[in-house]
Design a protein around this ligand. Structure first.
Ligand SMILES: [Zn+2]
Length: 398
């Protein structure tokens, strides 16, 4: 097994100690913990012979400096959700650094840029792929945005960003592709007994906030026939949205947030707000599902005599991964005796943002139980070694 894979695993453990709170992994944007993790990554990049720089948002970029040949960017993110696992995002960055180590002293057919994005999760500020958007030269989001404690994004940028770096795109001039290795965050590869999978597309999704307004009242005195119960309407909408996704067969629908007010056991809810997250690989079928959910909201609200408002929070199209890059990874995996299946990514990744500029491809690693965004995230060194060999071959070979 490659020493670089063993090292990547040890480094994931070391990075896990960079946390806002001891005893767990919480590394949100703009915190000293995030900067500490980046300092470690930068030291390892320098050891691997990469030239490094930090951009204005706080992304870390390491380059091999062989600008005379086509460039491949490999990366992922190093921020985390609250109480995270140690591999989501981080492993992708460590594999990219491992790739640089494996290529040391070789004459690869491609140039390599390792990109470590500072904020993919949006776990602290209400931002959306802030790191990769800023890397590509997009306008920074409003600095007045605040976290749950009232700290501003501007203060986060002051902590994590490099004020001396100009705006401008961080995309290397010779960039031809972006590759991202990531834990699957789902159970498919483990169930099928495959260490690796080739991602076909990153599933698009929409996120809605639905607000139902009825009439609050005494739980003991208002007869059922005269009620306008906002929560009962919300609950019916949630179940109908679930049914609509099941009817499609491939869509997923999730109601993950519910807020009820006034919020007392003996008061009929006058107002209820729910989130609805809808995802489908096929943009047309997702649009149909969205249309169906809008009908459900209107129909339930009418029947129950409540008012309904729908706010679209987020609407992302599906992104197709480059088939040629996928085939190159597959060929490299076959060389290791593996036959990685093709599968979609149900979760969003920085590759979504990069795809507007370069062809993208993703390599999934199986993770125990499909568990992610949880301290129980787990991968094997053998699988990490296989992923590293695949990435290295793609950069090394013409
Ligand atoms: Zn991730």
């Amino acid at each position: 097994m490659s020493a670089a894979a063993v090292r990547a695993m040890a480094r994931a453990d070391e990075l896990a100690a960079c946390s806002e709170r001891p005893g767990e992994i919480t590394r949100r944007y703009g915190t000293p913990a995030l900067v500490a993790a980046r300092d470690l990554l930068e030291a390892w990049m320098l050891e691997a012979g990469l030239r490094t720089r930090v951009d204005r948002a706080g992304n870390l970029i390491g380059t091999l400096g062989r600008e005379d040949r086509p460039g491949i960017m490999i990366g992922s993110h190093f921020d985390s959700v609250v109480d995270a696992g140690r591999y989501d995002g981080t492993l992708g960055v460590l594999l990219a650094i491992g790739c640089a180590e494996e290529l040391a002293g070789a004459d690869p057919a491609h140039d390599l840029a390792v990109v470590a994005f500072c904020d993919e999760e949006g776990a602290r500020f209400p931002t959306d792929y802030f790191g990769s958007r800023a890397f590509l030269g997009g306008a920074l989001p409003d600095g007045a945005l605040t976290d749950s404690e009232g700290a501003t994004l501007a203060s986060g940028i002051e902590t994590a960003g490099n004020a001396a770096a100009g705006p401008g795109s961080g995309l290397p001039a010779n960039a031809t592709a972006y590759l991202e290795a990531h834990i699957e965050q789902g159970p498919v590869l483990e169930a099928a007994g495959h260490p690796l999978g080739i991602v076909t597309s990153i599933t698009g999704g929409v996120k809605l906030t639905v607000t139902l307004t009825g009439t609050a009242g005494h739980a003991g005195t208002v007869p059922m026939s005269l009620r306008r119960d906002a929560f009962s309407a919300a609950a019916e909408i949630a179940l109908e949205a679930e049914r609509a996704a099941r009817d499609d067969g491939e869509a997923v629908a999730t109601v993950g947030q519910v807020a009820v007010s006034p919020g007392a056991a003996n008061v009929i809810p006058g107002r209820a707000t729910i989130s609805i997250d809808l995802r489908h690989q096929d943009d047309d079928r997702r649009a149909r599902l969205l249309g169906r959910v809008r009908e459900i909201v209107a129909e339930v609200a009418r029947r129950r005599g409540v008012d309904a408002g729908i706010e679209m929070i987020h609407d992302e199209r599906s992104v197709a991964c480059d088939p040629g890059l996928g085939e190159r990874m597959r060929a490299a995996a076959r060389g290791l005796g593996l036959d990685p299946p093709a599968l979609p990514s149900g979760a969003g990744h920085d590759a979504v943002i990069l795809s507007a500029h370069v062809p993208v491809a993703m390599l999934f690693l199986r993770c125990a139980g499909g568990i992610s965004h949880n301290p129980a995230e787990s991968v094997t060194t053998e699988d990490v070694a296989a992923a590293l060999a695949v990435l290295t071959a793609v950069v090394r070979d013409p």
